[in-house]
Design a protein around this ligand. Structure first.
Ligand code: CP3
Length: 344
């Protein structure tokens, strides 16, 4: 533990900072030519399996953008192969799971995971990145929340309507809950291991919870997210709880936990902050597509987010969701510089 925590960590705890910390979801990845150069020789899962390469890819955006946080290069689906699922990434497309989990027998057949060995390369990448960076730059660990990982495990890949996931949730709620319970155990253990490896803050991605009714979220999903977040509390590291399309779920999401609530761009940040309460920090919430707008329009939108944060302690600047692959890197740098200028 360092004497003075990194600004990102301080903001996550709701403490005052000199300058609003800024980082970007998906800040490592295809919009960077230096990432694409590595991706030409190695697949996504190969990068994740090689700690030196994962560490290098994690550091690329920190060097180029000067952001306040380094999110470790990994994927929310990494815990699935050690549980017995056959995960692959088809070229140029999303994840594919050859043996999706849709029955009680399939849930029962999931293997227990020893995260230290099965997910060791990610933990080693965290150690390498932590050793490389100055203490002012926070290392951000992450995992998918049980529901969002389950949606891939049940669908067998990305889904538009979450038909199989909801079919299981509505038709066999006990099986659905058993699946989320297994995932919650693995995710909690993985995040705790990331903290032991040196992560200063962790983000739980519940990217697709916005597809649920508030009632289904509260009854079938939130308890498992809450269990993950509660398990991390003794470690003393702040947790960022993120989802998209959560306009109807902010209160139950905040109730499930998190020192910081991630907000997408569909809600004004001030309104979202009022709803989650001033005791929480918030993260967000520029529209990722604003980086494709003319400079003046982009800066106007950055300023609007900052104005809604109103200089209050506990704002972490980010997008409302991840950077898109076609984003011009210079526009990302422009946002970093603007946030620094405007909040100094
Ligand atoms: O810079 C970072 O943000 C760190 C790395 C990171 C990746 N995936 C690497 C990746 C993070 C934080 C993730 C999270 C993730 N993975 C989420 C939640 C984040 C979100 O967007 O809400 C989800 C749903 C996944 C699952 C996943 N991985 C999908 C759906 C896809 C395909 C779609 C896509 O963006 O390509 C991936 C692939 C993936 N994960 C890539 C990267 C850089 C692109 C693959 C490539 O390089 O070819």
């Amino acid at each position: 533990v360092t004497a003075v925590a990194a600004p990102l960590v301080r903001a996550a705890r709701g403490e005052p900072v000199d300058t609003t910390p800024v980082w970007f979801m998906r800040q490592a990845g295809r919009y960077l030519p230096e990432y694409r150069a590595i991706r030409e020789r190695l697949g996504l899962l190969e990068i994740c399996a090689r700690p030196e390469v994962a560490a290098e890819v994690t550091l690329q955006p920190v060097r180029r953008l000067g952001v306040d946080g380094a999110i470790i290069f990994a994927d929310i689906l990494l815990p699935l192969p050690p549980m017995g699922l056959d995960l692959g990434f088809a070229k140029g497309e999303g994840p594919v799971i050859a043996n999706p989990v849709r029955t009680a027998a399939a849930v029962a057949a999931l293997r227990d995971v020893d995260v230290e060995s099965a997910l060791g390369p990610t933990l080693e990448a965290i150690r390498l990145v932590r050793a490389e960076l100055p203490p002012e730059v926070a290392v951000i660990g992450f995992a998918g929340a049980p529901f969002t990982i389950a949606s891939y495990a049940v669908e067998g890949g990305a889904a538009r309507h979450f038909l199989e996931t909801k079919r299981l949730m509505y038709g066999a709620p006990d099986v659905f809950r058993a699946l989320l319970e297994r995932l919650a155990g693995v995710v909690a253990a993985f995040l705790a291991a990331q903290v032991r490896a040196g992560a200063d803050v962790v983000q739980l991605f519940d990217s697709w919870v916005g597809a649920l009714t508030p009632d289904d979220y509260a009854r079938c999903v939130a308890p498992f997210t809450a269990r993950v977040i509660a398990a991390l509390a003794p470690l003393g590291v702040p947790v960022i709880h993120f989802g998209t399309g959560t306009g109807a779920l902010l209160e139950p999401m905040a109730a499930a936990g998190g020192d910081v609530i991630g907000v997408d761009w569909r809600l004004p940040l001030d309104e979202a902050w009022r709803r989650v309460g001033s005791a929480r920090a918030v993260q967000g919430n520029l529209d990722p597509v604003a980086l494709f707008a003319p400079r003046g329009e982009l800066l106007r939108r950055v300023d609007d987010v900052l104005a809604r944060a109103g200089g209050r302690a506990g704002h972490i600047f980010n997008l409302g969701h991840g950077l898109l692959p076609a984003t011009p890197p210079d526009m990302v740098r422009l946002v970093v510089d603007r946030v620094r200028e405007r909040t100094r």
